[in-house]
Design a protein around this ligand. Structure first.
Ligand code: SOE
Length: 404
């Protein structure tokens, strides 16, 4: 086993942190954007270096490395995780590979960033969280890539809730709507295969909103009542490579083995009530993540398609000035904004990956607990499992495993 090579708050500014990434499709490209940018925008205690990217096809991974900015390539992740110039392994491959790669990387002494959802099953997530706890004792960091926590408006919303600005939370309402599966001829990519993705809209989008809601409210879901549906049970096979979220359709057809949509209600530890909807079948909705929280003293409202804005209603303001007020989250005092552009010069989706990279690099340098940790990812996985169990039992209220 190799020792972790870079830890400690006193590492000199120029100390490199070698990153090795597995996978280079949509999420890999988004993470690469974060790694390319982060050290040029934020003042970091370690200097991320894009050491190597890994994919099975030698020509395709070489092309991806050149396009995305990686210095070297590997075609087997086992070789990537033991490279001397890699101290952090960033996992952007499909869910069925997460557990094996993350555990091997942690055992090789590396820090790990793993895309969401943490795993395809609770058992895998438990094994990963165990490995992360053991690695933590050796000074390593393991974090889950729930990037929407890093939208400045969401970090601000969490602060406003924690500061008591909306009082005790009563309602949490979250929807995450996409439409790339409305077409029944959209092909069977890995995201529609339970063996590879674990679940459908539930794990892909539901995992995000479960984490985000819990993050903003600072509370955990204790039980759920759920329905899931697969509206298009059979689709054409994929002919060729995945491009973005889709690809070319072939002649043969095969079964969709995951949900197209999941709808569930939930109770939080505080007693607050929540509702969640995750679908890739909402015609016209491209990446619409909306969140509203109602408390005893006010409300917050957010729409990812307008991610620089947070709406705040203060219940103590009456008369002519009552109502939701727009906060334009681009001030230098807002989370992450000190390093970007002057007020009003907006940020977008890609910036969340630079923010994620910043937070991870800072945690590694400081040796501090990462957030979200693999334990946080495991808890989300347990919520997803409770949703599936409830849906199988005709929406019966189902407690989240591990909740006292
Ligand atoms: C596809 O639904 C997807 O790429 C998700 O997998 C991502 O996590 C989300 O950020 C955008 O949409």
């Amino acid at each position: 086993m190799q020792d972790t090579q870079v830890t400690g708050a006193d590492a000199p500014a120029a100390t490199p942190l070698g990153v090795g990434m597995v996978g280079y499709a949509f999420m890999g490209a988004a993470h690469s954007q974060g790694w390319r940018t982060v050290g040029r925008v934020f003042d970091l205690p370690l200097r991320p270096a894009m050491a190597a990217v890994c994919g099975r096809d030698p020509a395709a991974v070489r092309e991806a490395a050149d396009r995305l900015g990686w210095a070297a390539t590997e075609t087997d992740w086992r070789d990537l995780v033991v490279r001397d110039d890699v101290q952090l392994v960033d996992i952007c491959s499909p869910g069925d590979s997460h557990a094996e790669i993350a555990i091997a990387a942690l055992e090789a002494g590396k820090h790990v960033l793993c895309e969401k959802p943490l795993a395809n099953t609770v058992a895998e997530a438990e094994a990963m969280a165990d490995a992360a706890r053991r690695a933590r004792a050796r000074g390593q960091i393991a974090m889950v890539g729930f990037n929407y926590r890093r939208v400045p408006a969401m970090t601000l919303a969490r602060k406003l809730v924690a500061d008591g600005r909306i009082g005790a939370v009563r309602h949490v309402r979250v929807t995450y709507l996409q439409d790339w599966l409305v077409d029944p001829e959209a092909p069977l990519t890995w995201r529609l295969d339970r063996e590879r993705a674990g679940s459908g809209a539930l794990g892909d989008l539901g995992a995000h909103i479960v984490d985000l809601a819990q993050f903003v409210v600072g509370d955990a879901i204790v039980g759920v009542s759920a329905m899931t549906e697969t509206f298009v049970p059979e689709r054409p096979a994929l002919a060729g490579a995945v491009g973005g979220l889709g690809g070319a359709a072939g002649q043969e057809r095969g079964p969709v083995t995951v949900d197209d949509a999941a709808v569930f209600t939930a109770r939080l530890g505080s007693g607050a009530l929540a509702s969640f909807e995750a679908t890739r079948m909402a015609a016209g909705r491209k990446n619409a993540l909306r969140l509203e929280i109602n408390g005893e003293r006010g409300s917050l409202s957010f729409d990812l398609e307008r991610l620089n804005e947070l709406y705040f209603h203060d219940e103590s303001v009456h008369g002519e000035e009552a109502g939701f007020r727009r906060i334009l989250v681009t001030e230098p005092g807002h989370p992450y904004l000190e390093a970007w552009w002057p007020p009003g010069h907006a940020l977008g989706y890609e910036h969340t990956f630079a923010h994620q990279a910043r937070d991870l690099v800072q945690a590694i340098a400081a040796g501090s607990d990462p957030a979200p940790s693999f334990d946080d990812g495991l808890q989300v996985q347990r919520v997803l499992a409770a949703v599936e169990e409830s849906a199988e039992k005709n929406s019966a209220y189902t407690p989240v495993q591990g909740v006292q």
